[in-house]
Design a protein around this ligand. Structure first.
Ligand code: BO1
Ligand code: ZN
Length: 258
């Protein structure tokens, strides 16, 4: 059986096929703000995204992702806690069945209704696949979503949902600017972690923004109308596609802000 988020194949079962699930640097974590240390050496994030690199939107049966052309340094992440140039590969979200759960990272135990992940790979390696197995291979920027004002940028994504309702469906998604999803303040926490889904590789420098972005309750409801299931299968709403916080195991969490 392949992995998922149900009782029989969810996060508690992942270690059966992916023993690194119990490894030393797993993600997500609960970010305890009082236990994080301000590091004045942490640089501001430098995100440079070119909307012309945006290619398509895909329901992969675990989430939906927006994919980018990553054959040149057109959409990149630099500075912050990382060295060198990381290229944007895709972004995706995790969310709950209701507003009281859904984020992967939590802050002092608080869960947000959803979390955005912007996934980048280190160009010192040949491609995403090579980078994904290296300790400094990936950098993921996490952004919390909260219920509030309607989000015009997210609406462009939601408008594509009719074409990607079921697992395996994809459609072109051109000209989208991922920087339109970022919060106004780029203060962040950072720590050394992993992919939050199988293969759970311990290759991610996590950069979690302190400031959430907002979307309306109606917009959040539309995320929950996507399906885990493929066309022709019993319909199963895509909700609760998050892994809960994992043990810190002595790692330090640094803050870019005081
Ligand atoms: S996450 O940001 O930690 N939730 C995360 C989890 C898994 C992946 C990426 C980010 N998986 C990888 C797949 C690759 C795929 C790549 C890019 O995403 O393992 O097969 O090429 O879409
Ligand atoms: Zn993710």
């Amino acid at each position: 059986m392949s992995w998922g988020y149900a009782e029989n194949n969810g996060p508690d079962k992942w270690a059966d096929n992916y023993p690194i699930a119990n490894g030393p640097r797993q993600s997500p974590i609960d970010i305890v703000s009082g236990a994080s240390s301000y590091d004045k050496g942490l640089k501001p994030l430098k995100l440079k995204y070119d909307p012309s690199t945006c290619l398509e939107i895909l329901n992969n049966g675990h989430s939906f992702q927006v994919t980018f052309a990553d054959d040149t340094d057109s959409s990149t992440l630099k500075d912050g806690p990382i060295s060198g140039i990381y290229r944007l590969k895709q972004f995706h979200f995790h969310w709950g069945a209701s507003d009281d759960k859904g984020s992967e990272h939590t802050v002092n135990g608080t869960k947000y209704p959803a979390e955005l992940h912007l996934v980048h790979w280190n160009t010192k390696y040949a491609n995403f696949g090579e980078a994904a197995s290296k300790p400094d291979g990936l950098a993921v920027v996490g952004v919390f979503l909260q219920i509030g004002a309607q989000n015009a940028s997210l609406q462009k994504i939601i408008d594509a949902f009719t074409a990607i309702k079921a697992k395996g469906q994809q459609t072109t998604f051109a000209g989208f600017d991922p920087s339109s999803l970022l919060p106004g303040c780029l203060d962040y926490w950072t720590y050394e972690g992993s992919l939050t889904t199988p293969p759970l590789l311990e290759s991610v420098t996590w950069i979690v923004c302190k400031q959430p972005i907002s979307l309306s309750a109606d917009q959040m409801a539309k995320f929950r109308s996507l399906l885990f299931s493929a066309k022709g299968e019993a319909e199963c709403c895509m909700v609760d596609n998050y892994r809960p916080p994992q043990p810190l195991k002595g790692r330090s969490v640094r803050a870019s802000f005081q």
